[in-house]
Design a protein around this ligand. Structure first.
Ligand code: FAD
Length: 462
């Protein structure tokens, strides 16, 4: 039996970042991971592999659609799917090995195997029981399924299966127009699949700014994806390597079927707590199956904490990481803090979509008086040169104080641009502060400044 100041269960972005921070704070730290490699969902079957495929397929799209116009002539590249998957696997390997290196560097013990908590202060891995001053659960999430739909990871796949299909399907049906569905749908659309997205609601990417939702759906449609909105999938039947998807339109209850070679079920994820023994410990859960924690990420059992996808809040890697650092500070007797009002969300399609803070819809609902400054990438010289002028930046600021309340961007590098606004919000900046900051020309970031200017006297280039 080994004894640690802290044992973390799960090595995803929440768990591994927490472990490193604990070690930096001088705590004797171990991290339990049941997978063969470190890094959790994000590095193995989430953020990283999906971004590799998005990058490769975007390169193909550029070659097919924009190279000739720039005077780059020649045959478009053809797709070697096996090689593309190898590139993806190699990218995963570099990242998971990187975490392994960081564990060694920080003297963190990787306890290999699936962990459970037989009692407070103890973690069992295999036959061994280890003592822990504090336990941090970072067990993440798993794919949520739909009633009437059985995932076989061959024909009917989750995001995990979609990252390693045997071949590029002729026809793919994506159930769910959320972030994962649209990212992976656009990968296969660019690689030549006919992609049909079936969504229960009337708008894509629920919870996002409505103007962004509309423009995003329009752009995705222009890129070749088709959308069936307001449709409830009833069942998916598989026969002879084909799937038949049956759905009902909510507006008139009419039933329809569509055939597909692959069906991607992208209807969300659920917290994963299997095998931890939480029931026996009496750990309180929320109605949605998440581990309930207080403002310091501690559960109702003293000395047991939880972070990341397994607790409330957006299921995002960087949210998990921030909680990981903050929880480490807490167990080290310091004051960890996460500003939940400034957590950016990004969709890595092309163009990218990014948001932070509140939406216009929320402000209207709350009766909050606000200004909206909007600027189209059409007025941005760099975006025009790069065939990337689809989209806009919208900044929302308080009508009286001019303090920035939120930002919504659809356009080139939106996922990077959003951080300028995040930093501004962390400092309690006004839209005028952004507008008076010199922005290098020609950069996409000038569009952010112009949107900030639009909250005042007006933008220059529109
Ligand atoms: P996880 O990453 O899920 O890690 C939990 C780990 O705990 C797992 O490795 C699991 O094996 C281990 N574990 C669980 N129980 C035990 C146990 N009892 N014993 C030992 N080990 C255990 N987020 C973003 O921010 N950006 C993106 O671009 C993005 N893209 C995504 C794309 C896809 C296809 C998917 C599926 C997700 C994506 N996400 C993205 C979400 C992101 O992956 C998660 O929010 C993030 O991984 C959550 O981190 P976590 O540490 O809470 O848990």
């Amino acid at each position: 039996m080994a004894s640690y100041d802290v044992i973390i269960i799960g090595s995803g972005p929440g768990g591994y970042v927490c472990a490193i921070r604990c070690a930096q704070l001088g705590l004797k730290t171990a991290c339990v991971e049941g997978r063969e490699t470190l890094g959790g969902t994000c590095l193995n079957v989430g953020c990283i592999p999906s971004k590799a495929l998005l990058h490769a397929s975007h390169m193909l799209h550029e070659a097919e659609h924009n190279f000739a116009a720039m005077g780059l002539k020649g045959k478009s590249p053809s797709v070697d799917w096996k090689q593309m998957l190898e590139y993806k696997t190699d990218t995963i390997g570099q990242n998971t090995k990187g975490v392994e290196f960081l564990f060694k560097k920080n003297k963190i013990d990787w306890l290999k195997g699936w962990g459970s908590i037989p009692e407070a202060g103890k973690v069992k891995v295999g036959d061994e029981v280890h003592e822990a001053g504090n336990i941090i659960i970072a067990s993440g999430s798993d794919v949520a399924t739909l009633p009437g739909v059985e995932i076989d990871e061959k024909i009917v796949v989750s995001s995990t299966g979609a990252l390693e299909l045997g071949k590029i399907p002729k026809k793919m049906v994506v159930i769910g127009a959320g972030v994962i569905g649209l990212e992976l749908g656009s990968v296969y659309s660019r690689l030549g699949s006919e992609v049909q997205v079936i969504e229960f609601l009337d708008a894509v990417t629920p919870g996002m700014d409505a103007e962004v939702q509309r423009q995003f759906q329009k752009i995705m449609t222009k890129q070749g994806l088709s959308f069936t909105m307001g449709a409830a999938v009833q069942s998916v039947d598989v026969a002879r390597n084909k799937a038949k998807v049956t759905y009902k339109l909510r507006k008139d209850d009419s039933e329809h079927t569509v055939d597909a070679d692959t069906v991607l079920v992208a209807t969300g994820r659920k917290p994963y707590t299997d095998g931890l023994g939480l029931d026996a410990l009496g750990i309180k859960m929320t109605d949605r199956g998440q581990i309930a924690v207080d403002a310091h990420w501690q559960t109702n059992v003293p000395g047991i904490y939880a972070i990341g996808d397994v607790i409330e809040g957006p299921m995002l890697a960087h949210k998990a990481e921030d909680e990981g650092m903050a929880a480490a500070e807490q167990v080290a007797g310091k004051h960890g803090h996460v500003n939940y009002g400034v957590i950016p969300g990004v969709i890595y399609t092309h163009p990218e979509v990014a948001n932070v803070g509140v939406t216009e819809e929320q402000l209207k609902k709350d009766g909050h008086k606000y200004k909206a400054g909007k600027f189209s990438f059409m007025g941005n010289g760099r975006a025009k040169a790069n065939f990337a002028a689809d989209g806009f930046v919208k900044i929302l600021a308080d009508a009286e104080t001019d303090r920035i309340l939120g930002a919504h961007i659809i356009g080139p590098s939106a996922g990077d641009l959003i951080h300028e606004v995040c930093v501004a919000m962390e400092f309690g900046a006004s839209a005028e502060d952004l507008a008076l900051t010199c922005h290098a020309h020609p950069t996409y970031s000038e569009a952010v400044r112009e949107a900030a200017l639009a909250c005042g006297l007006g933008p220059i280039h529109s």
